[in-house]
Design a binder for this molecule. Structure first.
Ligand SMILES: Cc1ncc(COP(=O)(O)O)c(C=O)c1O
Length: 545
């Protein structure tokens, strides 16, 4: 991850090109390049002696733009040809720890009993249905009907409200196998606009909503609007979900990190934001926007209303567009810390600030990551800019229509008194209350471990515990050529089968070490998983103390 560091950023570790917090600052050693390749594969087969090789080099064949003599064969696409911004792009959630887990999973299959654990527990990614969460029936039934309308002809197969919902979708969009409008199926956007209107108390125009294949492409497309050159920057929280740093790097922009305040439930520190912004501007950057993830990934924190007001005023003052990632708005576990939409705060302040918000079917209590439907909503945004967004989405024609139906049906659940209502409410409550209990359990058990401190999991699906490692462990990591948090997470995997993600993948303050763990493993297993982590942790400390 390449991120402009706040003033307090750490020293770089020359041995591996990373700063203490793991953010990449230099290029890694490169694999074989075009020039290496063109002197072996192609030329060796043609040049039978040193002499003929010389002749070939002296030949008058004109060079092409790419430096290859015309007609000389050789790889056209080598690692050197891949744009630097792509090579610099990093995404830790599926990094080295996950790669090693695949090897261990294979070993468990091929040679059961050869490892100190019998299964791999993926606690690295917010993918609820991969770890046993059941889908909510209503949404899936609606999708079944729009996918195969004949099912609706079978009396009693589906509840009447499922059938009427599916029929209403099909009435406006008769075949879900067709491309839809590039902003999304109009009727679904109208339903979603009504949901927004009710949630925020602000009349919502369906033309300001775009349905996407999950929040990720929505975020990428908005960032594309904002980044013109390598001078252009977007402020992102540290730690943060690395979609942002990865996409900004991929688009050739500048990620400007601002640290969250760990000791304050990972809240916002306005002095820190101001410092990061001023520093980026002094360095010649053109700062365009600010990203807030609320509830937070990987932090599990929820912003207070006052912090949100401060952010809005900051963005107004500094002329920054606000990007609010609200994909975890239904994952809110404490009554005293409710979720407040940024749009609502803007309305309360009568703010003209431009705001893009993102939502997704992947999170909440539905966890429909594989049937991804996402959306972006543009608030106070110039119509001509919305036209440009529409154009960008139209390049890929449309989002998957089933994902569109998924996010629409999630946001317009069965009404009280309708045939599906009771089952829907039961399923939703069961998932939500399990998440709530798991959030408390993970927080408590992590804090019981020596040298581990973890802020409350107020929302989202993650704990981000801070770990103090003994100097001998840091030295062992250095000798292994790994960041200390990576070393710890790899050791944890080898001993317990539990996959977590090193904090450096999300960014962390220099000198501090963390990892991200999801709260998602099944409730029946989670206590045991945490006990295994504790046993490992105690042994690790004993070994390196
Ligand atoms: C904060 C945040 N934003 C966006 C996404 C992407 O979600 P989607 O699956 O909708 O692309 C994630 C996924 O984990 C996330 O945590």
């Amino acid at each position: 991850m390449v991120v402009d560091k706040p003033a307090s950023a750490g020293h770089s570790d020359a041995s591996n090109g990373k700063t203490e917090d793991g953010l990449k600052v230099t290029k890694p050693a490169r694999p074989k390049t075009k020039s290496d390749a063109s002197t072996d594969a192609c030329h060796v087969s043609e040049a039978t002696s040193d002499h003929s090789h010389e002749r070939e080099l002296e030949s008058p064949t004109p060079a092409q733009d790419d430096g290859h003599p015309a007609g000389v064969c050789g790889p056209i696409l080598t690692i050197d040809d891949v744009p630097q911004r792509i090579r610099d792009t990093e995404y830790a959630v599926r990094g080295a720890v996950v790669a090693r887990s695949w090897e261990l999973a294979k070993q468990l299959r091929d040679n059961p009993g050869s490892l100190p654990f019998s299964e791999i527990i993926p606690a690295n990614i917010g993918n609820p249905q991969a770890v046993g969460q059941k889908p909510i029936a209503f949404n899936r039934q609606v999708l079944a009907c729009v996918t195969n309308p004949h099912l609706m002809d079978q009396p009693g197969l589906f509840p009447a409200d499922v059938v009427s919902r599916a029929r209403s979708y099909l009435k406006s969009f008769p075949s879900f196998g067709a491309y839809s409008h590039s902003k999304g199926i109009p009727q679904l956007r109208e339903d979603i606009a009504r949901w927004f209107t009710k949630r925020d108390g602000i009349l919502t125009d369906p033309e300001h909503i775009m349905l996407t294949d999950g929040a990720s492409p929505a975020v990428r497309t908005v960032l594309e609007l904002l980044l013109e050159s390598s001078r252009d920057g977007v402020m992102i929280p540290i730690p943060h979900y690395p979609l942002y740093s990865a996409t900004i790097t991929r688009l050739g922009g500048r990620a400007i990190g601002y640290y969250l305040k760990e000791e304050d439930q990972w809240g916002l520190d306005m002095g820190e934001l101001q410092g990061a912004l001023d520093k980026a501007r002094q360095a010649g950057g053109r700062v365009r926007a600010l990203v807030v993830i609320n509830p937070g990934n990987p932090t599990g924190g929820i912003l207070t209303r006052q912090q949100m007001v401060d952010v809005v005023e900051f963005c107004e003052r500094e002329k920054l567009v606000l990007l609010a990632d609200e994909v975890y708005q239904d994952n809110v576990y404490l009554d005293e810390k409710p979720f407040v939409p940024f749009r609502r705060v803007l309305a309360d302040l009568s703010s003209p600030l431009e705001l893009f918000t993102f939502h997704s079917s992947s999170k909440g209590v539905t966890g429909e990551c594989g049937v991804r439907g996402g959306l972006l909503h543009a608030h106070n945004v110039d119509e001509a800019v919305i036209e440009q967004l529409y154009k960008l989405f139209s390049i890929s024609l449309c989002a998957n229509t089933l994902g569109q139906a998924m996010i629409a049906s999630i946001l317009t659940p069965p009404e009280p008194g309708s045939p599906s209502y009771d089952q829907y409410t039961r399923e939703r409550r069961a998932i939500f209350s399990a998440l709530q209990r798991k959030a408390i359990l993970v927080h408590r058990k992590l804090n019981e471990m020596k040298g581990v401190s973890c802020q409350r999991v107020e929302g989202a699906m993650y704990a981000f515990p801070r770990i103090e490692l003994p100097p001998r462990a840091i030295e062992a990591a250095r000798q292994a050529g790994q960041q200390p948090d990576m070393f710890y997470c790899l050791q944890l995997l080898e001993h317990t089968g539990v996959i977590v993600v090193p904090g450096s993948g999300f960014g962390q303050r220099p000198g501090s070490l963390h990892y991200r763990m999801t709260i998602l493993p099944e409730e029946s297993k989670l206590g045991g998983v945490l006990d295994r982590i504790k046993d490992f942790h105690d042994q690790f400390l004993a070994q390196y103390s």
